[in-house]
Design a protein around this ligand. Structure first.
Ligand code: GLU
Length: 433
């Protein structure tokens, strides 16, 4: 029976690298019809925090990783203590000479070899490894000891983890051997490097899954992107669902060289999922963000209006935060003109043209896309000007910017009153500045 585990320590948030380790464990278990186990490694009581635990669990759930069993290492200390005493009795371990009560494993001198599923054969010479503390003077087990005891007791068949743990592996193998337990298979996944080289760290950008969630990345896009960090379904396939990953995943296909985190690629994948998302689900996800920003104040708001807004922006944004940011001009009392928009308004000096357009808008009964566009076309015909002469300054006047979704749809959605008011303000701006 295949049994894998993800073993986060609740001493920090769930890191992108940790989430990827979790994904590969989960995928392997699911693809082999095995079990996926979550083990919280809260051995370090001083550094383990409830808030980190909650955040890790929330992030894992958000990503959609379901576990078949969950264990807390701190609840399993008695087992570690029993086994350490057994090693003492067998004289494979000894008590610290300082009388602190620590239990230490004698390191046999030998060569340890593992057949890593990703890196192949790795040999270690234990000559350079010190005797290993199993139980500390405070009675708690060390990471290496608790990890072996739990992996063996929980019958973990495959230990899949970051290759920053390779140096722990010979120590753990020696502990397995001392305890007379069978070894699991090991698969050490190469690290994730930042675009600037070096490991992905806070210095080079966000590292926590929750930070990406807050920026408006979707869980399916995040899982999709994580899968590309060190693995590939073949044929350069970049968009892949969890179901397809489960079908195609093989641990042997994981690269043995480091992967590089590429935010642009991640954004591109998020954009793909946003673009293809059903607008109603999109809105449900975006509502809390609109509320947070104060753009939705009450529970009774016009859902249809927001659905139209989402249709307008859907294909253009890479994250939900961009939706909130870019659609901001819909919600403000006064549009904030970017410098280029000010220049555009000033250099064209369209006070008369804006005036005529505004009058036509004001007369419209139906203020929809088609009617707005017709009013615009009538205006340029009447003035005998090219559409581009008026269209860019018009966008500047109503949105404050020079780029964005189709201007007639934007105007229709903004509504007559706001648009007329903004044209008046633009006229005033041109005249007075
Ligand atoms: N708690 C360890 C970590 O977070 C787990 C290491 C392992 O998977 O053995 O790095």
């Amino acid at each position: 029976m295949i049994r894998t585990r993800f073993a986060p320590s609740p001493t920090g948030s769930l890191h992108i690298g940790g989430a990827r380790t979790c994904l590969f464990n989960w995928l392997f278990a699911r693809s082999e019809k095995g079990k996926f186990i979550l083990r919280i490694e809260d051995t370090d009581k001083a550094r383990s925090k409830k808030e980190f635990l909650d955040e890790i669990l929330n992030s894992l759930k958000w990503l959609g990783f379901d576990w078949d069993e969950i264990y807390y290492q701190s609840q399993r200390f008695p087992l570690c203590l029993d086994l350490a005493k057994k090693l003492l009795a067998e004289k494979k371990a000894y008590e610290a000479e300082d009388g602190s009560g620590a239990i230490i494993l004698k390191m046999p001198r030998k060569t340890v070899q593992i057949d890593d599923l990703i890196h192949g054969k790795i040999q270690f010479d234990t000559q350079t490894i010190k005797d290993q503390v199993l139980i500390k003077s405070d009675g708690t087990p060390t990471y290496n000891f608790a990890c072996v005891v739990d992996d063996a007791d929980l019958k973990i068949s495959h230990v899949i983890r970051g290759d920053d743990h390779i140096s722990n592996t010979p120590k753990q193998v020696i502990i397995y051997e001392a305890l007379g337990f069978d070894l699991p298979l090991f698969a050490h996944i190469p690290m994730i490097l930042s675009g600037q080289g070096g490991r992905l760290s806070k210095r080079t950008g966000a590292t926590a899954v929750s930070e990406y969630r807050n920026m408006g990345f979707l869980p399916e896009a995040t899982v999709n992107y994580l899968s590309l960090l060190g693995w590939s379904a073949g044929n350069n396939q970049e968009i892949i669902s969890k179901e397809e990953m489960i079908k195609k995943f093989s641990i042997k296909d994981v690269n043995n060289t480091a992967a590089t985190f590429n935010l642009e690629k991640f954004r591109w994948i998020n954009n793909y999922y946003l673009k293809n998302m059903e607008s109603r689900r999109f809105l449900d996800i975006a509502i809390p963000l609109f509320k947070q920003k104060g753009y939705i104040k009450e529970d009774s708001f016009d859902r249809n209006w927001f659905l139209n807004l989402i249709e307008l922006f859907k294909g253009r944004i890479s994250t939900l935060s961009e939706l909130i940011e870019w659609s901001g001009f819909f919600f403000v009392e006064e549009v904030k003109l970017i410098p280029e928009a000010k220049v555009k308004l000033k250099e064209n000096n369209l006070t008369k043209e804006f005036g005529i357009l505004k009058e036509k808008f004001a007369l419209l009964k139906e203020f929809d896309h088609a009617a707005v566009e017709k009013a615009f076309r009538d205006t340029i015909e009447q003035l005998n000007i090219k559409s581009k002469v008026l269209i860019h300054p018009l966008r500047a006047a109503v949105t404050g910017s020079l780029i964005g979704p189709g201007i007639f749809e934007v105007i229709a959605l903004l509504g007559k009153e706001k648009v007329c008011e903004r044209l008046d303000k633009a006229i005033e701006f041109i005249k007075t500045t």
